[in-house]
Design a protein. Structure first.
Length: 325
């Protein structure tokens, strides 16, 4: 039986700690036989403090990693630096116990541990979108993709924030035993067997502003006009500048062209409408200035990887909860 070992480090987040045992522990074959054995260990076999107001007692020490076919690292409270000495030696020693033919998985910011141990050098990887820029600065040799839910690079796999650990564990069940087994787990855990898109759909992308931005007033005006076409010449006239001067100042202040900025603002406005209203998709497209549902679909898919309908379905539970409260 495939053995999954979960290494709990001090400050571990309880939800993510529970993901491997919930997903792999639920996986069974056609005759109901368990497909995985899941055990949890700490570095020394002692209790582990969590990010909450309780600790977790585990039954195994780091020696359990010797027998792991898959090692999973959930995230924990930490303040990593760019110095690889940040990783405690006892944690690094625990990771070195893993067999060369075994695979290793990080969930959320546990990717920092893999990177600090040198396991992600030259590899593609992901982490929580809110930490992606810091992660890339800290470990420039890692090929960071902040938009995806997880990265499968053979025997090294990384998941993005929080619940994407569910997506990655289901992916491993699917990879090991096929879609039918993964779908059975998803049904029993009441989660989708496969989520469309990546974590890009959850990223808040505010447009940078500066206190002395000379195009700020025109940008505020443009936000009130998103429902209709707005030309560059019209923007320049509102700012009382030539088109050339306006374009140069706009890019210096915002970091993108006026056209790129308008497209992003239309996408962000469409996202808010899809999240918070029941307007038909073609009406959302009109309100956001895309004209047609097809145009909205093209721009939204290009920006965050999902269609308007799929995006709305993702946030339907959030909307229902908000209305109920």
């Amino acid at each position: 039986m495939h053995r999954v070992v979960v290494l709990a480090l001090d400050g571990v987040y309880p939800f993510e700690l529970s993901i491997p045992v919930r997903i792999f522990g639920t996986a069974v074959g056609p005759d109901g036989e368990p497909l995985y054995e899941v055990i949890t260990c700490s570095v020394d076999g002692g209790p582990v403090a969590t990010s909450a107001d309780f600790a977790v007692a585990v039954q195994h020490a780091a020696e359990a990693i010797d027998t792991a076919d898959t090692l999973v690292l959930p995230p924990f409270i930490c303040e990593p630096t760019g110095d690889r000495d940040w990783l405690p030696e006892r944690v690094a020693a625990a990771l070195r116990r893993l067999r060369p033919d075994a695979r290793i998985v990080s969930i959320c910011t546990a990717s920092y541990v893999l990177a600090a141990a040198g396991l992600l050098d030259g590899r593609p990887a992901t982490t929580h979108w809110n930490n992606a820029e810091h992660f890339q600065r800290t470990f420039p040799n890692v090929k960071v993709d902040a938009d995806v839910l997880f990265v499968d690079d053979g025997n090294v796999l990384t998941a993005a924030g929080v619940s994407s650990g569910v997506d990655l564990c289901l992916h491993l069940v699917r990879r090991d035993h096929g879609s039918a087994a993964a779908n059975r787990v998803a049904r029993l855990c009441v989660v989708p067997p496969w989520r469309e898109g990546g974590q890009a759909q959850f990223i808040d992308r505010p447009v940078p502003e500066t206190a002395t931005a000379t195009t700020s007033e025109t940008r505020q005006w443009a936000l009130s006009q998103l429902y209709r076409p707005i030309t560059l010449a019209e923007l320049a006239r509102h700012a009382r500048m030539s088109v050339r001067t306006f374009s140069r100042r706009f890019r210096a202040e915002v970091g993108m062209t006026p056209g790129q900025w308008l497209a992003r603002q239309r996408v962000e406005y469409a996202r808010r409408l899809l999240e918070t209203t029941d307007l038909p998709v073609d009406r959302v497209a009109a309100e956001a200035g895309f004209g047609t549902a097809a145009s909205l679909r093209q721009h939204l898919t290009g920006a965050i990887g999902v269609s308007p309908t799929a995006y709305r379905q993702t946030f339907r539970t959030i909307m229902s909860t908000a209305r109920a409260s």
